[in-house]
Design a protein around this ligand. Structure first.
Ligand SMILES: Nc1ncnc2c1ncn2[C@@H]1O[C@H](COP(=O)(O)OP(=O)(O)OP(=O)(O)O)[C@@H](O)[C@H]1O
Length: 303
């Protein structure tokens, strides 16, 4: 395994009866970045993450974290923080007890629980409450605290933004950004394109148990060119042509095959006031994602 990759998954496959949940999934996840694992409901995200941390046995293929089978890591919580199901905690324990027990299991002092409660914004009152009374957002915060307890280098989080309000999503984004900027590796799943788009640097898109796209978010988003609309369509067309930028007209806008900055400069050089400028790739990724969702025929009305 390459030392630059924290996670390496190759040829993973898992069936349940006649249904293949994950078929030939391969990807690598590097340090120092937040990687989003994106796919519609039932695409195979949780099954893949469960195989990664040894909770589900693959029919074939292998998954390695920090160069090892997860189950072979000594004291794994000190290396890999995992949050697969925020509701899995014992509902009769208080938030603080959950963290204190986790700290003890990892050989850490109980004060580590208090540090993490502060990091995830659970106050003293909330920490004393049984987790059975927690909202989903509070459970997610507790689950993230548990994943961070052992100061791991890798985080594997299944739908961590589920149940968080917009402020909570902003908080999560900042937390994961800082973790990755310190060199950590984050792999997080989501079934919401917009959610993962604001949090992740890299994307792995999965549909029907297969990886259908992967790469840097900016590249995936930029691949479709730039949508531009100007004060005068004729002058804008001429300005783009003069700059050697191929463009096709869609209504009163153009789809230009160049980066937004090049397009803006071309428009400025032609004296056109730009009224709209955005990467078209967002649309492309969205249509790929909607197509995946539609392929699952969950949204299709059968006649
Ligand atoms: N233990 C199981 N027994 C039978 N089928 C299962 C089991 N676990 C997963 N599956 C099936 O495998 C497929 C993939 O499920 P998985 O939970 O991995 O998807 P997901 O991408 O995480 O979906 P979601 O976004 O809805 O959580 C689904 O069709 C699911 O019903």
């Amino acid at each position: 395994m390459s030392a630059s990759h924290a996670i390496e998954v190759s040829g993973l496959r898992r069936s349940y009866g006649s249904h293949t949940a994950v078929r030939d999934v391969s990807f690598q996840v590097r340090h120092g970045a937040v990687t989003g694992f994106l796919g519609p409901n039932g695409a195979g995200k949780s099954t893949t993450l469960r195989m990664l941390v040894g909770l589900t046995t693959p029919d074939s293929g292998q998954a390695r974290v920090l160069g090892s089978d997860y189950r072979a890591l000594p004291n794994p919580g000190r290396h890999v923080g995992v949050l697969l199901d925020a509701s899995a905690q014992h509902s009769g324990r208080t938030g603080r007890e959950v963290l204190a027990l986790g700290a003890m299991a990892m050989g850490l002092p109980p004060r580590r629980a208090d540090e993490l409660l502060e990091v995830v914004g659970l106050d003293a009152d909330e920490a004393r409450r049984r987790t059975g009374t927690y909202s989903l957002g509070m459970r997610q915060r507790l689950g993230i605290a548990h994943a961070l307890l052992g100061d791991p280098r890798v985080l594997v989080l299944d739908e961590p933004a589920n149940g968080l309000d917009p402020g909570g999503i902003h908080w999560l984004r900042t937390l994961l950004r800082e973790f990755a900027d310190r060199g950590g590796c984050v792999l997080l799943s989501s079934h919401l394109l917009r959610e993962v788009e604001v949090i992740a640097d890299l994307l792995i898109v999965i549909g029907r148990g297969r990886v259908v796209a992967q790469g840097a978010k900016q590249e995936l988003l930029a691949a479709g060119g730039t949508v531009v609309r100007g004060s005068d369509a004729g002058t804008l067309a001429a300005a783009l042509a003069a700059a050697g930028i191929a463009a096709t007209r869609t209504g009163d806008a153009f789809l230009a095959q160049a980066e937004p900055e090049q397009v803006a400069r071309a428009a400025a050089a032609g004296g056109v006031v730009v009224l709209e400028l955005r990467p078209a790739g967002t649309d492309r990724l969205e249509s790929l994602f909607l197509q995946l969702t539609a392929d699952d025929s969950r949204e299709t009305v059968r006649r």
